[in-house]
Design a protein around this ligand. Structure first.
Ligand code: PLP
Length: 441
């Protein structure tokens, strides 16, 4: 093989070349087939060869490839915005299209600030986020995230933001506290932080309804997000929900927050919106926020060249239409329950699997050295990396992540298979995972 000029994520990895995709499988240049158990990183919700999305992209390229949003709107962007808003919670009313998750979060942070500025509430500048969260890799989004590993070397560049506790029942709820009481207590940390900073200085709170890339599919306990919503309303703080990973049907609800029976002021989506066929994300904003800016300066002081890209929007429109027309979101609920049961049957008694959790086809396993004490493995063991390699050798793509280095949170594994996965394919996923785990633990 000749010397590659691609700058890869891992300089010393010898990656196979992907040449094809078929349903839930990716195929490399040697013809090896990989079962996509994590949709890459919760992206490929329709699998790798959806005809409708491919046709929509081709048709859009033939009709109109690009028209800058400084000059034009486009039919696919308008239609996709209409479809998202028709199905969105609360008074979300406007869709701002971007190219991915980090851009959606950056846009949300800046929109929150501009909303307060336009109302004359210029002192509101603090964003409160949670520890053990991930909101993207650009400087603003990384500042909001609480993933210690991803932040570490960039710390001097990051904007100062507050981080409160996540709602992480398995690791952090004391046995003598009920889930409800635990949820209220950790939600109340938000109120305490708002009061500490001064309510007149806080612009927004950001959280993932189901924590993905940092904790491995951790939903909040019932009531947590309702209390968060109450607190935000009481202090005039905007609630930003980051559903870049857990949104777009992944949890068995079109929007993950539907399960919490609350609506945010700003909602970020990406990954499953383009389902891997196009890089596209979006920020949904409430009517109140949009109207404030429309009645004020009339201009959102933010933008990227490719926002509202017609081909990306055409792909997103085909993806969401396919999800809704084929009732895939309900299918996710059923297949998710099947996957959870299969994981419990295979790993429920495993000496080093402490927790099996998640919603829909967004599932996580947490690995522990000791199930009783929940003591994580020593990070030096590099369990997550070894498991990823072993699974790949077994022809399984999954998403293991190292625990945080504070010794309280262990290595975990994220599973996010395509919504079209059959029960047989989910069984195959569990079998391959079990073989991989046997080689590393
Ligand atoms: N927000 C969440 C919750 C994510 O999981 C991710 C990516 O994993 C992002 C934001 C960043 O998205 P992207 O990688 O598309 O920039």
């Amino acid at each position: 093989m000749t010397q590659s000029h691609v700058f890869p994520r891992h300089c010393h990895s010898d990656l196979p070349t992907a040449v094809g995709g078929e349903g839930c499988y990716l195929i490399d240049a040697d013809g090896k087939r990989y079962l996509d158990g994590s949709g890459g990183a919760a992206v490929s919700c329709l699998g790798h060869s959806n005809q409708r999305v491919r046709d929509a992209i081709k048709a859009q390229v033939d009709q109109l490839a690009f028209a800058h949003t400084g000059f034009f709107t486009s039919e696919p962007a308008e239609a996709l915005a209409d479809l998202l808003i028709a199905n969105a919670p609360g008074d979300l009313d406007r869709v701002y299209f971007v190219s991915g998750g980090s851009e959606a979060v950056e846009s949300a942070i800046k929109l929150a600030r501009q909303y307060h500025v336009e109302r004359g509430d210029t002192g509101r500048r603090h964003l409160i986020a949670r520890r053990q969260s991930y909101h993207g890799n650009t400087i603003g989004a990384l500042s909001a995230g609480g993933n210690a590993l991803r932040r570490a070397q960039f710390a001097p560049l990051l904007v100062e933001m507050s981080h409160i506790a996540p709602c992480y029942e398995y690791a952090e709820r004391p046995e003598d506290e009920s889930p409800e009481a635990y949820g209220q207590r950790v939600a109340n940390e938000l109120e305490a932080e708002i009061l500490r900073l001064g309510p007149e200085t806080v612009m927004a709170f950001i959280a993932e309804p189901v924590v993905g890339a940092t904790l491995g599919a951790v939903p909040a306990v019932p009531g947590y997000f309702r209390r968060v919503r109450e607190i935000c309303d009481q202090y005039g703080v905007l609630l930003i929900l980051d559903e870049v990973m857990c949104g777009m049907g992944r949890t068995g609800h079109l929007f993950a927050c539907d399960a919490e029976v609350i609506a945010p002021d700003i909602l970020c989506i990406a990954k499953g919106l383009g389902a891997g066929y196009q890089p596209v994300g979006a920020m949904l904003a409430s009517k109140r926020i949009y109207d404030t800016i429309a009645a004020g300066s009339g201009f959102f002081q933010h933008g990227h060249t490719y926002l509202g890209h017609p081909v990306a929007a055409a792909a997103g429109l085909a993806v969401v239409s396919e999800m809704l027309e084929k009732d895939l979101v309900n299918q996710v609920q059923a297949r998710g329950a099947y996957l959870q049961a299969a994981l419990e049957a295979r790993f429920g008694q495993h000496a080093h699997v402490g927790d099996i959790r998640g919603r829909g086809l967004f599932r996580g396993l947490e690995f522990v050295a000791d199930r009783t004490t929940k003591q994580p493995f020593d990070p030096a063991l590099g369990l997550a990396g070894k498991l990823k390699k072993a699974a790949f050798a077994e022809g399984l793509i999954c998403y293991p992540m190292p625990g945080t280095r504070d010794g309280r949170h262990g290595d975990h594994l994220l599973l996010a298979p395509p919504f079209i996965a059959t029960e047989a394919e989910l069984d195959e996923l569990v079998t391959r995972l079990s073989r991989a785990l046997d080689t590393v633990l």
